[in-house]
Ligand binder design. Structure first.
Ligand code: OAD
Length: 262
């Protein structure tokens, strides 16, 4: 990418009427969180059907919780990287910017909270919402009733009887993430597609773009006449439709693209 092309993308983002960013596991790779489908990724070491399906949880909730507890401890030990920080800066600057993420690690939220804390003036405004399509590792929900809550404490996985239980009805709690074979939250999905369809630019960052319906979000921008920017070291099914492509890590590229205007 020449300096002229980079400047072109930066201006296109600044001038766009509406920006959507779709992120995937690659945006957290530089924080030390493994992606799913890269060599050495999560699905190269574990079988999704053993750990990330409703059937796996009902067969063996202790093993599933053990794996989620391990992933929760991993993300709590990691910190947001310059890619998350650049996105957080954009969301705080622009009310017409929307973040849609497939990530369940909560690092975008932490970057937003840290960016707010660094602001020069005290600011009581609520932080912008992040559309988390696949849920969040640091939340739990009840397997029976509608209880949902933040939950950061370690999970006790010594036996089924030590697993976390619903404070309201006593049933088993589960991670508040979307498993294979489950529906995504319809309100989150609708809001994501609506934002994408009304944005002039969609940045697609660190996703293999093979998991649907998330991979359809950038297509909604294209169908409405907008442009795609792809940030990913490797090609994806969306690469051929991107107007601008950056084959480099998002922690390097996003601060350049999303730099505040001089
Ligand atoms: P994948 O593991 O499928 O893809 C990660 C992408 O990130 C790849 O295209 C990499 O080339 C790219 N990548 C790696 N390092 C990067 C970096 N430093 N900067 C930018 N890009 C980088 O992850 P997702 O696309 O997020 O679903 O996977 C989608 C869904 O599949 C996940 O949300 C998860 C998984 O099964 C559920 O758990 C429901």
């Amino acid at each position: 990418m020449t300096p002229e092309r980079l400047q072109e993308v930066r201006e296109a983002v600044q001038e766009a009427d509406g920006v959507v960013i779709l992120t995937g596991a690659g945006v957290s790779a530089e924080s030390g969180i493994p992606t799913f489908r890269d060599p050495g990724g999560v699905w190269a070491r574990y079988r999704p059907e053993d750990l990330a399906t409703p059937g796996a949880f009902s067969r063996d909730p202790r093993t599933v919780w053990e794996w989620y507890d391990f992933r929760r401890r991993t993300v709590l030990a990691c910190t947001p990287n310059p890619g998350h920080e650049a996105i957080a800066g954009l969301l705080l600057q622009r009310s017409d910017a929307t973040l849609v993420t497939q990530n369940v690690d909560g690092l975008h939220q932490r970057a937003l909270e840290e960016a707010r804390a660094r602001e020069a003036k005290p600011n009581d405004e609520p932080l912008p919402d992040i559309l988390e399509l696949h849920g969040n590792l640091l939340r739990v929900r009840c397997t029976v009733c509608r209880m949902r809550a933040d939950h950061r404490e370690p999970i006790r996985t010594e036996g089924v009887d030590t697993l976390p239980r619903c404070p309201d009805c006593g049933a088993l709690l589960r991670p508040d993430v979307v498993w294979f074979g489950e529906m995504l939250n319809s309100a989150t999905l609708e809001a994501s597609f609506a934002a994408a369809a009304s944005a002039q630019i969609c940045l697609v960052v660190g996703t293999s773009a093979v998991v649907h319906p998330a991979a359809g979000v950038p297509v909604a921008t294209l169908q409405a006449g907008g442009d795609l920017v792809e940030v990913n070291p490797t090609t994806t099914p969306l690469s051929g439709r991107a107007r601008w492509t950056f084959r480099a890590p998002s922690g390097q590229v996003l601060p350049e693209i999303l730099a505040a205007p001089d």
